[in-house]
Every structure is written in structure tokens, then in C-alpha cells.
Design a protein around this ligand. Sequence first.
Ligand code: GDP
Length: 363
Amino acid sequence: MHGSPLVLDAIVRAGLGAGARVANPGEFTLRAYLNGRINLVQAEAVRDLIDAVTPLQARVAFDQLQGTLTARLASMEARLLDLIARLEASLDFPDEGYHFITRDESSREMGAIVSALDALLADAKRGRMIREGLTAVVVGRPNVGKSSLFNRLAGSERAIVTEIAGTTRDLLTERVDIGGVPFTVVDTAGVHREAADAIEEEGIARARQAREVADVLVVVLDGSAALVESDRELLAATAGRPRVVVASKADLPARWNAREFDALPVSSLTDAGIDRLRSEMIRAADAEPHRDAIATLNIRHTALVGRARDAAARGRDAALEGVAEEFLLADLHEARACFDEVTGARTPDDVLRLIFERFCIGK
Ligand code: GDP
């Protein structure tokens, strides 16, 4: 149909009048899942694809839709099933002892499954960054050029830049795409300045909070002015955190050696160093893009994969201690049940309801 909202509205009304009904949130995807056309991981990927705001997010969601996680789980499940079959067989023929598989072998095999699950969980961290984004907080004393830098990163003129110290009274945030990772960049008021009034005090308190939760800190030091005590304090206070130190106003003569503090010279006036800053932010947050398709795990997947991993690890240790097959099998079946719950082969109804409720109407 043509895009006119009026015409579309009239057509939908006519359809409803003739007995049709509007689809529920996620209904098309739910039906595809219930009819076995896609599994649960893929259904969730449809939602991620709809919600994607950066091209990398879309690509990762698309990979997931194609079955990245599903394929990795399937290969692990195949190993698990093979092991279960051999242990069950040993149970059926007790007189022959570990005839179909030795204790060492089963322990080794379970160990391999544990390693594969660990690798998957390590991937999860990076996947989460891509899906959910990161927070970068710009910190530094007043007038070092934080707001100007924030504007360059945000690509707009949102933050108010003035020559009067302490003008950024509230937190300004902007969502920006940095190397495919959605960053929420936060500009803060000067944290080290004595508050002149209540509003500014509130701004300073919020800035401190933002600093605590940041995934990466952009520590701005004025490159065109001598370092002062509060700069050094800030450097010391943020030393253990993921951070990028910036020597700002690089278009002006430098007053200190940026290399000494591992600082990146950046000018918001000429844009020199801005691209380097973007890639350093990604590096500091440990969010560099991989070339391979990565399996993204949401919280639901991560919890289940973690449980499968623990069950497999218990089995691995128990096999070495000479525990009876029945108990090993209980651990392996638990791991398998977790896999099934990830892909939706077996999932409680309320989990399903939660997943599909988060869709927009009709998708
Ligand atoms: P904030 O208080 O840390 O947010 O600093 P602002 O961004 O408001 O900048 C303070 C002053 O420094 C303003 O007068 C800016 O024009 C100036 N400034 C900021 N960045 C640069 C830069 O890269 N080069 C030059 N020459 N001046 C800058």
C-alpha cells in the first residue's frame, strides 16, 4: 500500500470491520517459533535486529538470526549426547563396568565441553557491549575543554561552551556510534571545583556518580596550560580504570609533555586526534571488533550457559573421583536441559511470554 497514514488507517479499519484483528506484540515471530520455523534464539535476534541502531549491532543480530549461537550450542550438544549415550550404555550393561567409556575419557570429554562453554561465555561479554552499548564519561577540571570535546564526539553543538568556569551544571548525554559500538557519552561539570550554588553542587554529585559507572573514562587535561594539583589527583584517582587521557587544545603550544602521561593530544578546534580518541576509547573499553561472527548472549542465554557449564564441570570432577554413572548422567542431563531452554526446545511458558511481550505490535 502507499505510505499515506490516512489511507492505511482507513484500510486497517475496513479490515477490522470485516472481522480481521490487529496482531499482538511479537505475534508473527511467535508463530514462526511455535511452528518450528525458527528457534527461540533466532526469535530474540529478530527483536535485536528491529532494535539495532548501529550497523554492527544489525550485523551481529543478523548473524544470530542465521544461527551463530545455535550452531555453537548444537555442536556442544552433539558431544554431550554422544557422551550420554555411552554412559547410558555402560549402565545397561553393569557387569562390564566402564565398557563403553572409561572414567578418564568421560572426564576429558566433559572438560572439553566446559572449555567450549567458557569460550562462549567470554564471547558474551563483547556481544553484550555491542547489543547494549557502553558509557563513556568525560571528566576533568573546569575549562579544560570537556564540553568542546563532547561536542566533537557527539557531532553536534549540544553542550554549552563558555569561557566562564563551571557552566556545565547538569549531565549532558548523547548516544553516538563509535566503531559500531553504541556509546552513551556523558559530559560532566567540573568535579574538582568548589560548588558555587546548590544547582552546581547537584551537578557535581551527578558527575561523581557517572564517573563510578563509566565503562570508559575520557580524562581531559588542558595541554595548553601547566598541570595543576587537581589534574594530578584526577590522574591518580582514575589510574586503575579503563580510560583515555587526553591532552586538550593541541592546536595551542603544549605546556607539558603528553607522552609523559600517556596522553593523546586532541584539538576540538581542528579535530586533530579525534579519530585516534575514538579508537582508543574502543580499545580502553576492550570492545574491539572481531572479524569472526561472534555469538551474542543476552542475560537469559548467559545464565543458562553458565548453569550448563557448572553442571558439566561437576560431571568432569565427579568422573575422576569415581562417582557412579547415574550421578554423572544427572549432571549431563542438566547441562542438556539448559541448552534446550536456550534454543526454546523446552522453555517455560512465562519465559516465552516475557520474550514476546517485548516486541513491538505486530512484528
Ligand atoms: P569545559 O569547562 O571543560 O567543558 O571546557 P569548554 O569545552 O567549555 O572549553 C573551555 C574553553 O576552552 C572555551 O573557551 C573553548 O573555546 C576553549 N577550547 C576548548 N577546546 C579547545 C581546543 O581544542 N582548542 C582551543 N584553542 N581552545 C579550546
